[in-house]
Design a protein around this ligand. Structure first.
Ligand code: SF4
Length: 365
């Protein structure tokens, strides 16, 4: 399916320091490196949009920490992007960058140049948990960053909450979700911490006071329940939004639609082909990653959404009804109360999302 109005992802691989649980491609860079990197991605964006004749319906600066690129460089990038009139333009920002390195005027300028959605990595509203994660910003700084975002006129902002972290209990999850609601956030992402190989957390895992598997399940279900209570409706395994405020960019991924990735380690899906950029900030290049767009791939992505795999969507996209084998494989999970299989389609519920890998593999085997 070719829309010619794909999403645009721009990777910013810079971070002020390295969080002890993170294995993303990111590092510290000086002003000259950031300026050169900005020139490089501007060149690549222009090549992509001119070469393919594209106008983007969503733009997402992810990382790393996009706020580390600085307001001026971000505005330079925004100025060259061809966007549809109501494009969603998200910039991930670190709350402590906004408070310590940015001025209100710089944030205002970012909005003036087209940013209309900010996503901030809060991780927890509880100080003990934030410290255990090595986050620089305290809760007060998160509040200050939220105030700056609002003062810039951004009404659409998201906060991240991490689950399964040291010292966390259902009560502290409730506190973090309540903080998001009280701050006026329109979107909430809640991810389970995964201990990645080679990270400092992996080396000291046993000493971290981490919740066990059953406790993690309880924390996730608490987050789902509390988000719902506070008016954030779950639309994906880890994502919750006020009505009409789901991330349009991320929905492109889960609907298996087209997007272009710029920068090292960024992925793309365009004209039925997948490719990814090598993880080298100065000399990255695209590597083919096979064909995309099969029913299996679409189903796997759609089953992450609370809407699930629908009869209507499948018919519109592939011209056939949901395969009988998917329905048959869904039946035992439906009996266990992990998903719903009805005339609209097949969709997992929060308990099903906890074992989504197993269920999705079984439905598509
Ligand atoms: S700020 Fe984000 S990308 Fe950077 S090190 Fe921390 S978790 Fe990783």
């Amino acid at each position: 399916m070719t829309t010619h109005e794909p999403g645009l992802y721009i990777h910013v691989p810079f971070c002020r320091g390295k969080c002890p649980y993170c294995d993303f491609y990111s590092f510290r860079a000086d002003a000259a490196f950031k300026a050169r990197y900005t020139d490089l991605i501007i060149k690549n964006i222009i090549e992509e949009q001119t070469g393919k004749g594209l106008t983007f319906r969503t733009v997402y600066f992810g990382g790393g920490t996009p706020s580390q690129l600085g307001a001026q460089n971000l505005c330079r990038v925004l100025d060259v992007i061809q966007k549809t009139p109501h494009a969603e333009v998200t910039v991930e920002c670190n709350p402590s960058d906004l408070c310590e390195e940015w001025t209100q005027a710089q944030l205002d300028a970012l909005v003036k140049h087209g940013a209309n959605r900010i996503s901030m990595g809060m991780q927890s509203a509880v100080e003990q948990e934030r410290k255990a994660l090595g986050r620089r910003a305290g809760k007060q700084q998160v509040e200050q960053a939220v105030a700056m975002v609002k003062a810039a006129g951004v009404t659409d902002f998201s906060l991240d909450v991490m689950l399964g972290i040291p010292f966390q209990t259902p009560e502290t999850v409730r506190q973090s979700v309540a903080f998001c609601a009280e701050s006026g956030a329109t979107h909430l992402s809640a991810y389970l911490l995964k201990i990645e190989q080679g990270t400092p957390f992996e080396k000291v895992e046993k000493t971290l006071n981490l919740p066990d598997e059953d406790e993690c399940c309880e924390l996730y279900l608490t987050a789902c329940e509390e988000a719902e209570k506070n008016g954030f409706h779950q639309y994906e395994i880890s994502n919750f939004a006020k009505p009409g405020r789901a991330s349009r960019h991320n929905l492109i991924y889960w609907n298996d639609e087209e997007y272009i990735g710029i920068g090292p380690a960024a992925h793309s899906f365009f004209s039925g082909k997948r490719y990814y950029n090598t993880a080298d900030a100065e000399h990255y290049h695209a590597v083919p990653d096979g064909d995309g767009g099969s029913f299996e791939e679409y189903a796997m992505l759609r089953l992450r959404l609370t809407e699930g795999l629908t009869e209507q969507g499948t018919k519109e996209r592939f011209g056939f009804a949901l395969p009988a084998k998917v329905r048959q494989a869904a039946a035992p999970f439906a009996a266990q109360g992990l998903l719903i299989s009805d005339e609209a389609g097949v969709r997992l519920n929060p308990r099903g999302f906890l074992v989504s890998n197993t269920i999705i593999a079984a439905l598509l085997s």
